[in-house]
Structure formats: structure tokens, C-alpha cells
Design a protein around this ligand. Structure first.
Ligand code: PBG
Length: 329
């Protein structure tokens, strides 16, 4: 059957996509170098860059190499890095005591960085898992993760990091009340100038797998479901956000990013604090692996994923791809 009535269209959205210059002018979301935070893994030794198998292109860096990387990030316009230490097994215990050793790996790294690249914002993670023989973010007793008993440990860890020069303290542990507890500890010790980047909505996610390999920090028993959030919940993220805001958080984070874009968007609309999103290790690994197989265009998939996170409402994105992303802009 033949049908060729001429359509009468007043609106033709394609006009706004017709050329690259038009597309540029109507683009609603752009990525800037200043939107990125680069997470880096630090290890003992000198001259070391130990590749992480499940995160192609990423490595555990000794402090000297870390400083070089940090300078590179800063030169590329990235304003901040987030640090994660690989602690030797011999230094782990059930109380994570190494996490408040002033001469420990992380405080040493922070000091070197603040010396070498003072204008770079240094973010340090607060949680017990990299330092704990149990591999949990909180203190374990009889198979239970204790909340209130964990808080003083987190506070000592945060103070040790602040003393070393960390600009932003980032509790990733998901214990109740930790933002207020850390805020008070910092203020009482003369660190009211340090910010708290709260891992507000951190989900119990399969996407942390490569990170746990990188730090050898997986839980020895059980899982993290009694403290990290259930992937089915969005309203609960808002509940956490309102609490963190009230307790004094400066920035709220959603993690992982890609599977939780609605949560980013919800927090963006319902709170006035800046929102950060963490494109976690598994999100990075997934795209890199498919690209290695030649199944997707890696850089394009990565940039699309990052702009989606920004479009959802994140002011800043923690991404292992940050340096490459900035080069692609
Ligand atoms: C530790 C912590 C984790 C990540 C950041 N901080 C792992 C976890 O909670 O098991 C994950 C980051 C990533 O996967 O890239 N509390």
C-alpha cells in the first residue's frame, strides 16, 4: 500500500543536532577537568608501580611515584586526588591500629604530597578495612560489626590523616553517626578547616571487587550488608543524606555511580550540598575489559558514562579514568 502524505512538522528537534557547532551550543552538560577527582593506590617501597590486574592502566604506586602522578594530575587541571593505602598483612590487626600510626604509609604519603603539590586537594579515606585483619569497615566482635565502638577508631584515624595534612576527610565506613563524631573530633583538635566528604549513600555492591583485590581488603567472613546500603533503596539514601547534612558533612557522595544515577539525581534535588559520585573499580574494569576484547569503544563508552553521571547531578566524579578523561575533553 502506498502512502506518501507530506508531513507538516513545526518542531524538528533534529535542527538542534544538525552540526557540531549547533550541538555545542545546545549541549546541556559538559565535563571539565575540575569535575574530576583521581583515586590512587599507594604502597610501600621506592620506584614501584605494581599493575592491578583487574584494573588495566592502574597500579599501586610507592610514595615517590605517587608524587609524580599527583603532579601530572594537577598539571592536567584535576583539583584533587583520593588516596587508598595497601597495608602489609603483618601490620594489620583487628583494631586497625596501623590506621592511626603517624609514621604509617598513608600519613607519610599525605605529607609528601602536601609538600610537593600544596595546591592539590588531598582526600583521605576513613574506614577500617585496609588495616583490619577482618577486612571489615568497622570493629568485629562475635561476627558482628560494632557501630559505637568503631567511632573512636575512625576518629583517631581521621585525626592522624588531618595532622599529616589531608584536606578532606572521607568516611567510607557507613557506621551510624560517624559524620557528626568525626566533625566534633576534628573541631576539638583544631581542624575545623578540614572538610568532610561523606560516603553518604554507599551501597553493598558487587562493583567493588577489583578495589578489594588492589588492597587485599575483602572481608574475611560475611559481607558488608549490615552497614552498606541495600541496592533496592532510594528513599533511604535521602534519609542518610539528611543525617549527614545535619551532622556537618560538606559534600555528599553516592557510590557506585552508574547503577545509582537516580540516587545522585534525588540527592541533587533534595539537598543543597554539592554531590560527588564514585565511578568505582568494577565500573572501570567492566568498560576496560569490554574494550580490550574489542566489543566496545572504550574511551567513548567511558566518556558517555562520565557525562551521564554529571548529567544526573554530580558536581564531582571520582574516576580511575580521570587523567585519560581530561585528555579526551
Ligand atoms: C573501603 C572502600 C571501598 C571502596 C572505597 N573505599 C571498598 C569497600 O567498601 O569494600 C571501593 C572503591 C572502588 O571499588 O573503586 N571502605
Amino acid at each position: 500500500m502506498k502512502y506518501d502524505v507530506k508531513p507538516v512538522l513545526r518542531s524538528r528537534p533534529r535542527r538542534n543536532r544538525s552540526t557540531e557547532s549547533v550541538r555545542q551550543m545546545v549541549r546541556e552538560t559538559v565535563l571539565l577537568p575540575s569535575n574530576f577527582i583521581l583515586p590512587l593506590f599507594v604502597c610501600e617501597g621506592k620506584g614501584i608501580a605494581e599493575p592491578i590486574k583487574s584494573m588495566p592502566g592502574q597500579a599501586r604506586l610507592s610514595v615517590d611515584r605517587l608524587v609524580v602522578k599527583a603532579k601530572e594530575a594537577r598539571a592536567a587541571g584535576i583539583p584533587a586526588i583520593a588516596l587508598f593505602p595497601k597495608i602489609d598483612d603483618a601490620k594489620k590487626d583487628s583494631f586497625a591500629k596501623e590506621s592511626f600510626n603517624r609514621d604509617g604509609l598513608l600519613p607519610r604519603a599525605i605529607r609528601e604530597l602536601k609538600n610537593a603539590v600544596p595546591e592539590l586537594t588531598v582526600i583521605s579515606d576513613v574506614a577500617m578495612d585496609p588495616y583490619s585483619t577482618d577486612g571489615h569497615d568497622g570493629l568485629v566482635r562475635d561476627g558482628k560489626i560494632l557501630n559505637d565502638e568503631t567511632l573512636p577508631i575512625l576518629a583517631q584515624m581521621a585525626l592522624c590523616q588531618a595532622e599529616a595534612g589531608a584536606d578532606w576527610i572521607a568516611p567510607s565506613d557507613m557506621m551510624d553517626g560517624r559524620v557528626g563524631y568525626l566533625r566534633r573530633a576534628l573541631d576539638e583538635n583544631g581542624y575545623s578547616d578540614r572538610s568532610i566528604l561523606a560516603y553518604t549513600a554507599k551501597y553493598a555492591s558487587a562493583f567493588y571487587g577489583p578495589f578489594r583485590e588492589a588492597l587485599d581488603s575483602a572481608p574475611k567472613a560475611g559481607d558488608k550488608k549490615t552497614y552498606q546500603m541495600d541496592p533496592g533503596n532510594r528513599r533511604e539514601a535521602l534519609r542518610e543524606a539528611l543525617l549527614d547534612a545535619k551532622e556537618g558533612a560538606d559534600i555528599l557522595m553516592v557510590k557506585p555511580a552508574l547503577a545509582y544515577l537516580d540516587v545522585i539525581s534525588e540527592l541533587r534535588r533534595q539537598t543543597t550540598l554539592p554531590i560527588a559520585a564514585y565511578q568505582v573499580s568494577g565500573e572501570y574494569a567492566m568498560i576496560m575489559a569490554a574494550a580490550e576484547k574489542g566489543w566496545i569503544d572504550g574511551p567513548r563508552a567511558m566518556m558517555e558514562s562520565l557525562i551521564g553521571i554529571r548529567r544526573a547531578g554530580a558536581s564531582m566524579i571520582l574516576s580511575y579514568y580521570a587523567l585519560e578523561a581530561v585528555k579526551n575533553l
